[in-house]
Ligand binder design. Structure first.
Ligand code: SF4
Length: 440
């Protein structure tokens, strides 16, 4: 919650010098409260007032970045507790833990690099590798950090509570800006020194929520990720929920940082379920051990569902898409540009093995029936578009297949475009049998 104009006014010099571009401090305070001015426009704000104003206008959860190049991971900076209140902005980073003394370290990192899943036109990959100092040796940890950095450009988390080991590994890969995990009550002074030296964010691990809050207040470093220390799934969820509530609703600053959670289940199916729970409530980073596409696919989908803007349908670029080695005789299908609809239809069209064109008609990302009800997928819109579309130059026939659910628009399309309309199945899963019957 931002400050009111009056509350801001109390912190301003009240000299009405006008250098900020408005005649009075009160007018400037009102402009600041409305987000129409920035504090830097007033050269006379005291340091004390600036700190108070900065902290009052800071987001409830700090944005933290780590990683390098085009693999910089941004976490935190969420504004709400429930996705339906607004949206979640920074998807949970999904990491795989590897041990620094694992004889198959290089192969495991290759495996992590190789995970790639495509779903409704989006490509999903793992966000990074968490290297654990299982050996307890600074040399082994440093060598493993270097080996991982050499094998992947993904973000890296270094896991060790030994400051000497952390310094060795973090200094060796400082250019990759790893996340350092973790500062505890026993080591935080030295861990903060290492984090400052390599300019990397630092995870702070408590033993419970109150010790975490105390520790965050003590570390005096602002690039933080927090962990209550809980590992039992119910306790992790309870702690994460309290952290999110305290930061968003009460602006409790010690909890105003992104969070990290670790899975503990050894069975991959259970581990993925555990990770799903952590993504839902409200981990900014989740660290797992399983590297198998069949398990991770559901996790990627789960995360994508949570982090899509509920007020903004996911749309594909409107246009004409070829599937297979199309030619002038290829059938032409039309559907809306709502991603889920489009890619479901595209999969079925491709499955007919008949090279075909599929038109993604611009409905602002609405599904077929919603777009039809909203007047965006109707004969009056499709007919004139079809008449002028470049699909006329791609095929030597004028037959178009429309979804069965909107059979009623057939007449209008034919009247306004001069094309013949074939009414396809209501459900796209029947496109295969429709094509066999009508197009073979
Ligand atoms: Fe007031 Fe600062 Fe604006 Fe001068 S520059 S009028 S002191 S807010």
């Amino acid at each position: 919650m931002g400050l009111t104009g009056l509350a801001i006014f109390k912190l301003l010099p009240k000299t009405n010098c006008g250098e900020c571009g408005v005649p009075t401090c009160l007018a400037f305070a009102m402009a600041l409260a409305a987000g129409k001015a920035t504090l830097s426009q007033c050269p006379y704000v005291s340091d004390e007032a600036r700190e108070a104003l900065d902290s009052a206008t800071a987001p409830p959860i700090k944005l933290v970045k780590f990683g390098s190049g085009d693999k910089v991971l941004e976490i935190g900076d969420e504004q709400v507790i429930f996705r339906h209140d607004k949206t979640f902005y920074h998807p949970t980073g999904i990491f795989i833990e590897v041990a620094d003394n694992d004889a198959n370290l290089a192969a495991k990192v290759e495996e992590i690099n190789g995970i790639s899943v495509e779903r409704v036109g989006q490509k999903y990959e793992l966000d990074g590798v968490a290297v654990a100092n299982a050996s307890g040796s600074a040399d082994t940890f440093r060598a493993a950090a270097e080996a991982v950095a050499g094998k992947t450009d993904k973000a890296i988390i270094l896991i060790s509570e030994c400051p000497t080991c952390m310094e060795a590994a973090a200094s060796a890969i400082a250019a990759r800006k790893p996340l350092l995990y973790a500062a505890t009550a026993a080591n935080y002074e030295k861990m903060v020194e290492v984090a400052k030296k390599v300019a990397a964010p630092l995870a702070v691990k408590g033993e419970d929520l109150s010790s975490l809050a105390e520790l965050v207040a003590k570390v005096g470093y602002k690039e933080l990720v927090i962990d209550s220390g809980a590992r039992q799934i119910s306790q992790v969820i309870a702690d994460q929920t309290q952290i999110r509530n305290s930061s968003v609703k009460k602006r409790f600053r010690p909890f105003g940082y992104p969070t990290i959670a670790f899975t503990t289940e050894s069975d991959p199916a259970m581990e993925v379920l555990e990770a799903q729970a952590f993504i839902s409530k409200y981990a900014s980073i989740v660290v797992l051990k399983t590297v198998k596409t069949e398990y991770l696919t559901s996790l990627f989908s789960w995360r994508a569902n949570l982090y899509t803007d509920p007020q903004k349908p996911i749309a594909v670029q409107p246009g004409v898409y070829p599937y297979g080695a199309v030619n002038a005789d290829s059938p032409v299908y039309i559907t809306t540009n709502f991603s889920l609809t489009f890619y479901s239809v595209a999969g079925e069209v491709e499955g007919t093995r008949i090279p075909s064109y599929l038109i993604a008609f611009d409905t602002d990302g609405l599904s077929v029936m919603t777009a039809w009800a909203g007047g965006k997928f109707i004969g009056e819109a499709i007919g004139p578009w079809l008449k002028d579309s470049d699909i006329n130059q791609k095929v030597n026939h004028k037959k178009i297949i429309i979804p069965g659910g909107v059979a009623a628009i057939k007449g209008k399309i034919e009247e306004l475009s001069g094309w013949e309309v074939l009414v396809g199945p209501r459900d796209c899963t029947s496109i295969g049998s429709f094509a066999k019957l009508r197009l073979s």
